[in-house]
Design a protein. Structure first.
Length: 314
């Protein structure tokens, strides 16, 4: 059996996974992310050695160490240009990690690792052209063209959440007005839900929030599924933003499959059926060629580790 090792760096934890030839994660480890960059890289290396050691493996048994991290990574130099989540700015991540590992070290953005993981072992297995949209606190994304990751110049491209949906629209966290993220993220859905609740005190959503403590991305979906007409309208409008965003990506890339990941995708068939219902409206030449497969991602949080483990194939 041959093994691979992948690391998923987050703002609060660093996760390590050893992946076998069948793409199962056979050993895991998670450690808290320390407060400085240098300490974090040491903690990462310690966690990798501890995890592979438990399997009786040596680092030389692995083709590479693959890392997924939030932020923008220059693929040429392995420098992390900038990361919101960890507050690291222009740090030599690859150089620092090469002090610890005698095998090749590859670093990619975490959203890109997730789409790679899905293409290797998840919902996009066997597909050559893949787009993934991750609908969470923000809107992340990844592009695979001809089986290879497309990250753009300096690794700062493929920011699918920061394509503009509305000219001079709602301000996005990135500073650009009207981004897809400002309408299609869970954060945006919460804003849209609160607006509808204020305008319609009779909506079941108000009762839902009393029972559940606060507005979350689930509120409108739960109430719409239970038959509340106001919640259903919130969801339909929210899904129209997602479908419009997917349509624009389909019109540019025409992938074989579009994957939907992130917390919002847990709404399952109720969400997916509504997306499918709106796709004809936003797809170029729909009458002639229809639109590609659109499915939920299947690996959840493991996608990032599995994708990172295959960094040498990206
Ligand atoms: Zn933006």
């Amino acid at each position: 059996m041959k093994y691979r090792v992948g690391v998923d760096i987050g703002g609060t934890t660093i996760k390590v996974g050893v992946v076998d030839e069948n793409n199962n994660i056979v050993k895991r480890c998670a450690v808290d992310t320390p407060d400085t960059f240098e300490k974090s890289m040491k903690a990462l290396a310690d966690a990798v050695y501890a995890t592979i050691g438990e399997l009786g493996l040596k680092i030389e048994d692995f083709p590479c160490v693959g890392i997924g991290t939030p932020g923008s990574i220059s693929s040429e130099t392995g420098r992390l240009v900038f990361s919101n989540n960890t507050n690291w700015k222009d740090v030599p991540m690859a150089e620092e990690l090469r002090k610890y590992f005698p095998v090749p070290v590859f670093i990619n953005n975490d959203a890109n690792c997730a789409v790679m993981g899905e293409a290797v072992a998840g919902a996009a297995k066997g597909r050559k052209h893949v787009i993934m949209l991750t609908l969470g606190t923000g809107v992340g994304g990844g592009i695979i063209i001809n089986g290879k990751l497309f990250a753009g110049g300096d690794g700062v491209g493929a920011e699918l959440g920061h394509t503009v949906l509305f000219h001079d629209g709602y301000p996005c966290t990135c500073g650009i007005p009207g981004c897809l993220e400002a309408y299609a993220s869970a954060t945006a859905l919460i804003r849209q839900t609160k607006e509808a609740m204020a305008a319609h005190p009779e909506s079941a959503m108000n009762k839902w929030v009393e029972e559940n403590g606060k507005v979350s991305g689930r509120c409108a979906f739960d109430c719409a599924m239970a038959g509340d007409p106001v919640a259903n309208e919130v969801v339909d409008t929210y899904v129209s933003y997602i479908a419009n965003g997917i349509g624009s990506l389909v019109n540019v890339f025409r992938p074989e499959i579009v994957l939907i990941g992130g917390g919002i995708s847990n709404s399952g068939d109720f969400l997916m059926n509504k997306i499918h219902a709106q796709m004809p409206k936003y797809t170029f030449a729909y009458d002639v060629v229809g639109y590609p497969a659109i499915e939920r991602a299947t690996l959840g949080n493991d996608a990032g580790i599995i994708g990172a483990a295959y960094s040498d194939q990206m």
